[in-house]
Design a binder for this molecule. Structure first.
Ligand code: SF4
Length: 433
């Protein structure tokens, strides 16, 4: 989502005369768009500002703007602690960045813009075309979260759940497709909670997918990140009806133990998660799931951890993320006693090894098979291209004649844990997996 926000921040600042530069030590303005999910996020921001300060020691001071969730969480404190920072903007206020810069340039007075103005934000953004022109493009449809998992800062930094108007999203999608997008990834902190009401009609994520599925020049649809509780029947049925909806779902589970899920306030249990998985598998036996795992959550015992390993073995997740629990200030889990870090590190290593083995085995299954790949770009100075399979696996293709945006059949000849390698098959009749 920060990538989407950063692009939109650029779209707004370009309206007041700024343009992108790769020479960051020559910039007139630096925007650090921050994320609060990872550990020590706040300290990393001060570190980065310190680095900028050093690089500009004998030069004109650039305008320093901190945006995103760290800005929201730290707010006024940032300006007090680091006077080199000029403007702090929360994720729901970045639509005002142009006006704030002009204001600062006139008055030279520090600005803290961290109010939740999500409705106005999307109304304002709707007036500025999205300039993103990548084959695979992000599109934010929903923001915020009402779930309040005990370890997570999102409900505090992004605010309550908000769904953008259906028509506004479709307009932006068509704009992205006109810019060259062939894949759209619908985004939201809780994307499958999308629910927009108009004239007594409810528009859900499934409504958006069905509408997008009918757009001629769009090849692929994905969405992230989902909550297991919001995997409703109308959404699941899209996997059977909408050809362009890809058979990979990122569905965070966090733990394989019901006791830990309850302690996390996750509002779903393992039985429910498995029932969603089985329904999806019944629709398409080639369906795959990726997930997020937190290891060493307060109170996690060896048995709880083993339950997580058993769940991984049962489902065989691909492309998953895993971390040791680290407390976020202000969340209920931050009050709990932390587990022994040596034990947690050992558990993380074991869990990651298990996930990596599944990932590698999954890639080996592609060997000497044909698969459909969406070409995203050419690799610099090489007769090679980069693309992805339906399951998001990156593929390096040897070919002198691919076009970004093209869907091609590829024969896979080798693989590593993270990549597949192959060549383009010209015969269109080859059946692709
Ligand atoms: S559902 Fe996701 S975004 Fe919402 S509180 Fe839980 S982890 Fe955070």
């Amino acid at each position: 989502m920060n990538e989407y926000d950063s692009n939109r921040i650029y779209d707004i600042t370009s309206k007041i005369g700024f343009h992108k530069t790769l020479e960051k030590n020559e910039a007139d303005c630096l925007v650090l768009n921050t994320c609060h999910i990872r550990e020590k996020a706040t300290e990393k921001v001060y570190h980065e500002v310190g680095r900028v300060k050093k690089n500009f020691r004998n030069k004109k001071k650039p305008l320093i703007i901190i945006s995103g969730c760290v800005a929201q969480a730290e707010s006024e404190e940032m300006i007090k602690r680091e006077p080199y920072i000029d403007i702090v903007i929360g994720p729901q206020s970045y639509h005002k960045i142009g006006d704030l810069i002009i204001n600062y340039q006139k008055k030279k007075k520090k600005i803290n813009a961290t109010k939740f103005e999500v409705i106005r934000k999307f109304d304002e953004l709707g007036k500025i075309p999205n300039s993103q022109n990548t084959i695979s493009s992000y599109l934010t449809i929903q923001e915020g979260c009402d779930k309040f998992c005990h370890f997570c800062v999102v409900p505090y930094t992004r605010g309550p759940e908000y769904s953008r108007p259906f028509d506004q999203i479709m307009l932006e999608a068509k704009n992205l497709i006109n810019n060259g997008a062939r894949e759209i990834i619908l985004l939201g902190q809780n994307v499958n909670a999308y629910n927009f009401k108009k004239n007594n009609k409810n528009f859900r994520l499934s409504s958006l997918i069905r509408e997008l599925n009918d757009i001629k020049n769009l090849e692929r649809i994905r969405f992230t990140t989902s909550h297991p509780k919001d995997m409703t029947e109308d959404l699941i049925s899209c996997y059977g009806d909408c050809k362009k909806l890809m058979p990979l779902l990122h569905l965070p589970i966090q733990s394989g133990s019901n006791k830990i899920l309850k302690a996390m306030n996750r509002k779903h249990d393992i039985k429910h998660y498995l029932s969603v998985y089985e329904e999806l598998k019944n629709i398409n036996k080639d369906f795959k799931i990726s997930s997020d795992f937190i290891v060493g959550y307060p109170g996690e015992t060896e048995k709880d951890f083993q339950d997580t390993i058993n769940l991984i073995k049962k489902i065989g997740f691909v492309n998953s993320y895993s971390f040791i629990f680290s407390p976020r200030p202000g969340t209920p889990a931050a009050e709990k006693k932390i587990n022994d870090i040596t034990v947690s590190k050992k558990r993380l290593k074991k869990l990651q090894n298990t996930l990596e083995n599944f990932q590698h085995d999954n890639n080996k299954n592609y060997l000497y098979q044909y698969c459909e790949v969406l070409i995203e770009n050419k690799l610099d100075n090489q007769a090679k291209y980069f693309g992805r399979t339906k399951h998001m696996t990156p593929v390096i293709i040897e070919s002198a004649s691919c076009k970004p945006g093209e869907l091609i059949n590829v024969k896979i000849t080798s693989c590593s844990q993270n990549y597949l390698f192959g060549f383009k098959i010209i015969n269109k009749k080859v059946k692709a997996a």
